[in-house]
Ligand binder design. Structure first.
Ligand code: SF4
Length: 400
């Protein structure tokens, strides 16, 4: 079978920074291994020390053929050498003995209807650095069709059953290009672009409900509107409503159970335990927002982070069963939440270098939670629905 392959331009520049990495992929996650992969190490020529470590470092999961790494008390992978910060399995046996996830991370992708989109996940700090290094890092290119691809590692595949359950999935590629084009439009700011995407998502759902096959025609009709300067200006001129936006975002962190760890992380050394670093009043917000943005004077940086998150969430379908609007609303609220945390960091830290470093850590950590965890989107959407904000108007207010 032949495929069309689409890739962002940064993809081949990736290099794992190994022991220099401050945010190891071996930390925080419990990486799943196939039982056969573990057995292969047990039967190898490795040291007894490694065999003993393997014997006590995996726990059962709900799947008979999959086991999960047990973290130490330091929340680190037990195979992670504490001195040189390298993987003991890789050091003794080589790359081939790693689990599928360890071998492929941070590479990921989607496959739909003969098109493969390849990207790298932004939870990896080396990917964050690449994505934010140049304006065109996230420009997506189509490569020549390749014949006879039999296996494609680490890709989310849209199966025939997926498409028959939700026929809108048939148009994943067209919808990806359409929404990615909107957030990539350099003639408008990223917030306005996100809002125009919210309105477009709602419109597409309206037509899809009547006749799904009209989606290409609707995309074609909406595309000039999404780049029309007058339309973009009118969206840009919408006044923010911070008395709605700020409490929604602050309460969202509690529902995601990230409030406590992030509170500690954002706070600088001089803060007190009483300081609520996740609270910013509407009166202070604009000043702190400007301070945050001044730490990223190059406009493309935040835009590229948003574009990378869009790919990492397998948009426009992080949830294949849900509508375009539901998926886009999730994406837009996540971006708003990440930006809000950036503003909180700027509010609590005066050093620009520290703001940038902390924001990078927040993006990488949150990407794990928001993009690689299929239950988070349900949590976020349930929360938005529970406070009656699940409409294009309210989602736009949260983003603005
Ligand atoms: S998070 Fe990225 S840079 Fe760090 S060790 Fe893993 S692959 Fe390498």
């Amino acid at each position: 079978m032949s495929y069309t392959i689409k890739i962002p331009s940064y993809i081949n520049d990736f290099k794992c920074i190994g022991k220099e990495c401050e945010l190891h992929c071996c930390q925080v996650w419990g990486i799943d291994w196939y039982v056969s992969e573990v057995e292969r190490i047990k039967n190898s020529d490795c040291s007894q020390e490694l065999k003993d470590l393997v014997a006590r470092s995996f726990k059962k999961t709900e799947h008979d053929d999959i086991v999960r790494i047990i973290f130490g008390e330091d929340k680190d992978c037990p195979f992670h050498d504490k001195e040189d910060r390298l993987c003991m399995i890789q050091k003794e046996l080589g790359h081939d003995y790693l689990s599928h996830t360890c071998k492929t991370y941070p590479l990921a992708g989607t496959i739909n209807n003969g098109t493969i989109l390849r990207y790298r996940v932004i939870s990896c700090p080396a990917v964050y650095d690449l994505v934010t290094a140049s304006p065109d890092a996230c420009d997506v290119y189509t490569k020549a069709r390749k014949e006879d691809i039999t296996t494609v590692n680490s890709c989310f595949v849209d199966t025939e059953t997926d498409v028959s359950d939700n026929p809108v999935l048939m148009y994943r590629n067209e919808l990806f290009d359409f929404f990615y084009g909107i957030i990539s439009n350099k003639n408008t700011d990223i917030i306005t672009a996100l809002i125009s995407g919210i309105l477009a998502a709602s419109k597409i759902d309206e037509f899809a409900a009547k006749d799904v096959k009209r989606i290409p025609e609707v995309i074609k009709a909406l595309t000039p509107q999404m780049t029309n300067p007058a339309t973009l200006k009118s969206l840009q001129d919408i006044a923010p409503n911070l008395s709605v936006k700020l409490p929604v975002l602050k309460n969202l962190f509690s529902s995601l159970e990230i409030e406590v760890p992030f509170r500690k992380f954002i706070q600088n050394g001089e803060g007190t335990a009483d300081t609520d670093v996740l609270f910013i009043s509407p009166e202070q917000y604009n000043d702190y927002y400007k301070k945050f943005r001044s730490c990223f004077p190059k406009d493309y940086i935040i835009r590229n982070i948003v574009r990378a998150l869009y790919m990492d969430m397998q948009m426009p379908f992080i949830d294949k069963k849900d509508s375009i609007f539901a998926n886009y609303a999730y994406f837009a609220v996540c971006v708003a939440a990440i930006e809000y945390l950036g503003v909180c960091i700027a509010a609590s830290n005066d050093d620009e270098v520290a703001v940038r470093a902390k924001f990078k850590t927040i993006v990488c950590h949150l990407a794990r939670k928001l993009c690689h965890n299929t239950t988070t989107n349900k949590l976020v959407l349930d929360f938005i629905k529970s406070i009656n904000c699940y409409t294009p108007g309210y989602i736009s207010i949260i983003v603005k």
